[in-house]
Design a binder for this molecule. Structure first.
Ligand code: ADP
Ligand code: MG
Length: 448
């Protein structure tokens, strides 16, 4: 490149360095090289396509301004890639980087196709999931969206796709993430100014599985970032699989462009399983644990628990626990002894139910919750416990404080106020509180 061109770019860099935050400058501008620059055209060399996409989306204006400031030119911009030029120079195939992104969850080995019981309610979703797993990115099922109410097997199917692709080698880099984790990673990466890692984690996926996308309504920024990730993967024919708690058009708080993206592949729903399928699921779960479960016993449980599979599993677990505790075989009589209790009218909710639910929900120990930790997550869970105890139980503020590690009633008032205030603006919190309320109701019913 002629010397004058190089020095023009050097002057642009001086301007950019002044304008941008130093971390952004180092991360996104410094690695760029200029291949060509004249009044009509600038060709920048970026390490790879996602890098140039990012620069284009976020820094293009700044670069244009800098070029104009230095030269008064208004050239057009294009990009070329370092990695491409390297791979054409030798005949060896590029080793594919198999990065295990730190932020994605490992797959749960329990969730596989071979232990997913198929019935009328889920057959369509199941067979589409298998087709996707056999040829990720190559079918018209992209994106593939599964929706259903809770506990009907969305997470199971999503992870089964990942499991299958890894085992059969149909996709190398499988990334499974919940939307909530995606959002919190996004926020952390902004705070730590480490956007490059965040972006590359998701955009390098061959198969991106995003669970519970209904949570994306929470923040605009993360939704936008997800939109760009989605487009980048889609354009590169990478497979995207999403789950949601309702059909895409009913998703609340989403930009219309995202909703329409969600619907351009295949959308499949899972319904509540019918009685036969519920019995089959129970028998299968029992078999996996090497339990003897008679058909009529299974039927008895399946008749009582009709809404979702998670509930069904829970019922089986409790019956099995009772059988072990009392050294009795699992018979219809034993089941009958437990089921009426499990389905009893809800008893009054007590503070303990709230604390139990909050600990489970946020993955905290009871001693953390009632202890003196000032960590933000713990303090916030504590405030939520106060708020829920005040609104759901008949306990006095004094009692609530006592159960929360001996805090006085003004601390409880303060905690409740804080939650009430945050609830006005924080949709994620609102949703969590709703989920916690449900959980607490279930607890108090089952423990009655
Ligand atoms: P969702 O993500 O829709 O809330 P999950 O995938 O977490 O539901 O399913 C809840 C539980 O039920 C899991 O333990 C899952 O393995 C089990 N499950 C759901 N559907 C089936 C099925 N058809 N066969 C076997 N297990 C199932
Ligand atoms: Mg799930």
């Amino acid at each position: 490149m002629p010397h004058e061109q190089a020095s023009v770019w050097q002057s642009c860099l001086v301007v950019l360095k002044k304008e941008l935050h130093s971390q952004s400058y180092q991360t996104w501008i410094e690695p760029l090289e200029v291949q060509h620059i004249d009044p009509n055209q600038v060709v920048l060399v970026a390490p790879d396509a996602f890098f140039s996409d990012w620069v284009e989306e976020h820094y293009r204006l700044s670069i244009e301004r800098a070029v104009y400031e230095v030269t008064s030119w208004r050239p057009s911009f294009s990009y070329s890639f370092t990695s491409q030029s390297e791979s054409t120079e030798n005949n060896f195939p590029d080793p594919k980087p198999v990065t295990r992104p730190v932020s994605s969850f490992p797959l749960n080995p329990r969730y596989r196709f071979d232990n997913f019981i198929v019935g009328d309610s889920n057959e369509f979703a199941f067979s589409a999931a298998k087709a996707v797993a056999e040829a990720p990115g190559k079918t018209s099922f992209n994106p593939f969206v599964i929706y259903s109410e809770v506990g009907l097997g969305k997470t199971h199917l999503l992870q089964a796709i990942g499991d299958y692709c890894l085992k059969m080698g149909t996709a190398q880099n499988v990334v499974y993430i919940t939307a909530e984790k995606f959002i919190s990673d996004y926020i952390t990466s902004i705070r730590k100014r480490d956007m490059a890692k965040f972006v590359s984690t998701y955009r390098s996926a061959d198969l991106l599985l995003v669970d519970d996308i209904q949570f994306f309504f929470v923040t605009e920024g993360s939704q936008r970032e997800f939109f760009h990730t989605f487009n980048a993967l889609f354009q590169n024919e990478k497979q995207i699989v999403l789950s949601a708690d309702c059909a895409p058009p009913s998703l609340k708080g989403f930009e219309p462009r995202l909703i329409s993206r969600f619907q351009c592949g295949l959308v499949a729903s899972i319904d509540s399983p019918d009685l036969e399928t519920r019995i089959a699921i129970l028998c299968h779960k029992a078999e996996q644990q090497s339990l003897e479960l008679d058909q009529d016993v299974a039927q008895h449980i399946a008749e009582v628990y009709s809404t979702n599979v998670r509930e069904l599993e829970g019922a089986l677990t409790r019956v099995v626990a009772l059988s072990k505790l009392t050294h009795q075989p699992i018979t219809k009589e034993l089941v009958s002894k437990t089921l009426p209790h499990l389905r009893a009218e809800p008893r009054r909710i007590v503070v303990n139910d709230v604390l139990e639910a909050v600990c489970q929900f946020y993955g905290l120990s009871r001693s953390d919750l009632i202890g003196s930790s000032r960590k933000k997550e713990v303090a916030s869970a504590r405030h939520i416990s106060m708020y829920l105890s005040k609104t759901l139980t008949s306990a006095s503020l004094k009692l609530i404080g006592a159960e929360l590690g001996g805090r006085d009633h003004s601390t409880v008032i303060h905690g409740c106020k804080k939650v009430e205030m945050n609830l006005k603006a924080d949709l994620l919190l609102k949703r969590q509180i709703d989920q916690l309320r449900n959980k607490i109701n279930v607890f108090s019913t089952k423990a009655a």
